[in-house]
Design a protein around this ligand. Structure first.
Ligand code: GDP
Ligand code: MG
Length: 315
């Protein structure tokens, strides 16, 4: 890491704002990075507007580090929040919502890509709300835009975060059933938007994490914010982030080639003309040659014999 990056990151004072139970869990999780000699972790947060991306960043940092806006859109610029604690730096990149007027905002995506130049994405958090009943084509478009920008490999470093987790589903559905239906629907959209195979999702499943950013979030006896099932969600989210960062799949380096080059999912396509040339030289040509020698060897081809009346009896 460069000196400039070191100097930019502030001491993570927000950590002390957490209840002590959360603090010790977080420090334990961060210790696992030290064990692996990792001194930096970069988390990219993406999703549609208004789903709770910025709120989630603030919850995890323990400070109001980025602006949360209830009604306005957030502008186009990504924001880097960088916090250090005893030699370890956590970078979280909050991004503006990608949808505007019913379409993916390409300009916003372009700015995000340029902002990320020469950075390495260790984890992608794809944020959406739990309390939504349907997925639609816009969801697919956002996933596709992320995939086209960074390559489908990014989904091996991704988790889906569902905000508004302290939500009561309609009477007919239990919380767990609602959660599994919502997760399944969203993961299906991710799979199709990212053009992942069923098998990809089995070998590297995308975890779904719940978050509740509201000040009215329930707490346990240790004063930690909890989900309806009693889990303290902030340490749980950070733990999942850690598992993804250390899952063995490569982090995504955003270099010039990725930004300016062709769609990273189509890189192999330059091989296609070569494959044609190969087929022509080594398959087509020998085949044509063989046919020619066959034809030459057979002094009277079958059709000639037939047409002359010798090959078959004519009526
Ligand atoms: P962003 O556009 O994705 O960054 O979303 P924001 O973080 O700016 O949040 C948009 C609105 O949703 C704000 O009014 C937040 O207070 C609210 N919000 C975000 N997350 C939650 C949540 O988990 N629960 C509840 N009840 N409100 C949330
Ligand atoms: Mg925001």
């Amino acid at each position: 890491m460069s000196m400039a990056a070191l100097q930019m990151s502030r001491e993570w004072t927000g950590l002390q704002q957490f209840p002590s139970a959360t603090q010790s869990k977080l420090l334990e999780v961060l210790g696992s990075f030290k064990e692996k000699d990792m001194s930096t972790l970069t988390v990219l947060v993406m999703g549609k507007g208004g789903v709770g991306k910025s709120s989630t960043v603030n919850s995890v940092i323990g400070e109001k580090a980025v602006a949360v806006s209830t009604f306005q859109s957030e502008g186009l610029r990504p924001t880097l929040v960088s916090r250090s604690r005893s030699g370890f730096t956590l970078n979280i990149i909050d991004t503006p919502g990608l949808i505007e007027g019913g379409y993916v905002n390409d300009q916003a995506l372009e700015l995000i890509k340029r902002f990320l130049l020469n950075k390495t994405i260790d984890v992608l958090l794809y944020v959406d709300r739990l309390d939504v009943y349907r997925v639609d084509d816009l969801d697919r478009q956002v996933v596709r835009a992320i995939t086209d920008a960074f390559g489908k490999e990014i989904w091996k470093k991704a988790a889906v975060v569902l905000t508004h987790a302290q939500f009561s589903p309609p009477d007919v559905l239990s919380y767990d059933v609602f959660l599994s239906r919502r997760s399944d629907a969203l993961l299906k959209v991710v799979r199709s938007g990212a053009r992942l195979k069923k098998q990809d999702m089995q070998t590297s499943p995308i975890p779904v994490i719940l978050a509740e950013n509201s000040g009215r979030c329930n707490k346990n006896e240790d004063d930690e914010k909890i989900l309806p099932d009693g889990t303290a969600w902030i340490p749980n989210l950070v733990k999942t982030i850690t598992e993804i960062a250390l899952n063995g799949s490569k982090s995504i380096l955003v270099d010039r080639k990725l930004i300016e080059g062709p769609n990273p999912n189509e890189r192999g396509k330059f091989l296609i003309p070569l494959i044609f040339a190969f087929q022509y030289l080594f398959i087509m040509r020998p085949m044509v040659r063989r046919i020619k020698t066959d034809v030459a060897r057979e002094s009277k081809p079958a059709w000639e014999l037939r047409d002359s009346g010798l090959g078959s009896r004519r009526l």
